[in-house]
Design a binder for this molecule. Structure first.
Ligand SMILES: Cc1cc2nc3c(=O)[nH]c(=O)nc-3n(C[C@H](O)[C@H](O)[C@H](O)COP(=O)(O)OP(=O)(O)OC[C@H]3O[C@@H](n4cnc5c(N)ncnc54)[C@H](O)[C@@H]3O)c2cc1C
Length: 560
């Protein structure tokens, strides 16, 4: 094992949390090393985007599920989840939808609102995070239409002109108008005007197969070029096995070079874990050592618990006329938050967003569209195909799921990655509240589809074994060392110079996609570390949240 110089900050993982953290810290002149178990994708060559078989690759080598891909840099995830994530520079933003909604003020107060199961209030408010949403949005590049009445005003968040809603968006929006329900063009992390090194979206629609133009705001195109110019030492194929702790302080980590199997040690004054809602609890649990017998920062046993990944129902909606469902960027043309808030008249809490999306191409239609019911081969196939293709759109009913303590990520020695390290097992049981809420959402979608004149709706309904697009809550931020893993600065209660900055730190899941919030939290935590690094490294005992220095907003870097 080779020993080396000491960095200011070690960041583990290069996705939304890690990439934003590394870039922003290096803007402040800190010496940063980032260990990423995956590699760079060559956007021109590697992405399935350019292949004739791009739609079918979603089910094979470009499956969102690492258990299907089984690349050396992936790790096995067993149990009750269909995990969706990428292990690569830029993490899971390599080939994603880019839907970019923020949390709303109410989302930070769900403990007070209902407190069901393990629900607690966030230790911060929407207003605390708003300036950092603005900064992260500017970094990633966001298109949309300002003025959505469902949100507080956002004067500090300029947007590119929105992606075009297309025939399908206009068609369904008439149903919302007829019922008087809220709808608004979505924010998407998709640029519609060019910027350095990135071309504007050409609306080809294959976002989820990776974007070779750089229009889709992946962290690898939005943050990493600058981070590298700033001198961040990004090491790929570097799988962290264990975070080192000495005398109560993190001192670095041991990683395995996936290609050679050799172990190396990196030393740093501060460590940031940004390995995703599954990768982070895995690493903290693998880092058990003297003083931390049950895993790092896990004295209260909460690491891995409260897993949320949203309660989802996919709904295919057909019309009797062509609506060019396959055309345009995948990012949602619009969404409705008519049913976002808890309605006391319902026998369940929380709410949902209806997110309107597109279908893909011919192969995807033939193999079952978003509800995965293939058009049977043989007589009648062609007729059914003609009825389905181009006449269809997608609506996700995306419902908030409760943070249930028994929904959790555990280490599993019986399944190992290519370096011989344990995989994980997920225990997950959808809560009755979330199933009822989601099925209620499907009924509302059927209502609005009928109002728009749709001929057919097919829905997955609320599934018990759901797709894990959004991995959240497994090292959550909270108010006391008893109720959470980190304080309001993403700083672990137990190890003061260890931070968790990724999906696992989200206290509740809200009813929106999580990545803008992960990025905003990362920017905020980076500013905190940059301004308070000396004080943080001097702390040797559990940090007292109340004594933690506040951010000086005058010092926050706002230019990008
Ligand atoms: C197909 C798909 C579509 C999606 N669509 C949307 C969308 O439209 N909108 C939205 O908001 N979100 C979407 N998401 C979710 C979004 O991608 C994630 O919320 C976001 O990337 C999570 O950020 P993160 O920092 O938590 O983790 P990631 O971005 O996943 O980054 C974690 C990184 O850590 C690395 N890592 C893990 N363990 C180790 C280790 N031991 N050593 C070294 N490195 C390690 C991983 O390789 C990975 O690169 C989508 C996801 C997928 C897969």
């Amino acid at each position: 094992m080779s020993a080396e110089e000491e960095y200011d900050v070690l960041v583990i993982g290069s996705g939304m949390g890690g990439g934003a953290m590394a870039a922003r810290l290096s803007d402040h002149g800190l010496r940063v090393v980032c260990l990423e178990q995956g590699y760079w994708f060559d956007s021109g060559k590697d992405y399935a985007h350019g292949l004739n078989t791009w739609e079918l690759e979603k089910l094979r080598g470009w499956s969102y599920n690492p258990n299907d891909r089984q690349l050396p840099e992936d790790y096995p995830i067993g149990g009750r989840i269909k995990p969706h994530l990428y292990n690569a520079v830029g993490g899971s933003t390599n080939a994603y939808g880019g839907h970019w909604p923020r949390y709303k003020p109410v989302d930070f107060r769900k403990g007070t609102e209902h407190g069901l199961e393990g629900t607690i209030d966030w230790p911060i408010s929407y207003e605390d995070l708003a300036p950092f949403y603005d900064i992260n949005d500017a970094e990633m590049g966001v298109s949309g239409v300002p003025g959505d009445p469902a949100y507080p005003p956002r004067p500090g968040a300029p947007r590119d002109p929105t992606t075009r809603p297309g025939k399908l968006g206009l068609k369904l929006s008439r149903g919302f108008d007829a019922l008087g329900w809220h709808w608004w063009p979505s924010d998407n992390a998709i640029i519609t005007t060019g910027r350095e090194g990135r071309l504007p979206c050409n609306e080809c629609g294959a976002c989820l197969s990776g974007c070779p133009r750089g229009s889709l705001g992946g962290v690898h195109v939005a943050y990493w070029p600058r981070a590298l110019r700033n001198g961040v030492d990004l090491r790929t194929g570097a799988r962290v096995e264990k975070i080192d702790v000495e005398k109560g302080r993190a001192t670095g980590a041991v990683y395995i070079d996936i290609a050679t199997g050799q172990r190396h040690r990196v030393k740093a004054r501060m460590v940031v874990v940004a390995a995703s809602g599954i990768g982070t609890p895995r690493l903290l649990l693998m880092s058990s050592q003297r003083g931390f017998p049950d895993g790092l920062a896990n004295g209260n046993g909460l690491v891995g618990r409260h897993l949320m990944h949203h309660s989802y129902a996919n709904c295919d909606v057909w019309f009797d006329e062509p609506i060019e469902g396959y055309k345009g960027s995948f990012g949602a043309p619009f969404y409705s938050q008519e049913f976002y808030d808890t309605d006391p008249a319902n026998p369940f809490v929380n709410g949902f967003t209806m997110q309107v999306g597109r279908s893909y191409g011919a192969a995807f239609t033939a193999t079952g569209s978003h509800t995965r019911e293939p058009i049977a081969w043989g007589p009648g196939h062609r007729r059914r195909f003609d009825e389905d293709f181009g006449n269809q759109l997608l609506v996700y009913v995306l419902a908030e799921d409760l943070p249930v303590a028994s929904n959790r990520v555990l280490l599993d020695d019986s399944i190992t990655d290519s370096s011989g390290l344990p995989g994980v097992r997920v225990e997950f049981q959808a809560h009755r509240n979330d199933i009822d809420l989601t099925n209620y959402g499907v009924s509302r979608l059927e209502e609005v589809a009928a109002a728009a004149g749709a001929s057919r709706v097919r829905s997955t309904g609320a599934q018990d074994l759901q797709p894990g697009w959004h991995l959240m809550g497994t090292a959550r931020m909270g108010n006391t060392p008893e109720d959470s893993t980190t304080n309001k600065w993403n700083q672990t209660w137990e190890v003061p110079n260890l931070f968790v900055v990724d999906g696992s730190s989200l206290t509740t899941g809200a009813a929106v996609n999580p990545t803008p919030t992960i990025g905003a939290l990362a920017v905020r935590a980076a500013e905190y570390i940059a301004q308070n690094g000396g004080a943080i490294t001097a702390q040797t005992v559990t940090p007292a949240n109340a004594d933690a220095p506040e951010l000086d907003h005058r010092k926050v870097i706002t230019h990008v």
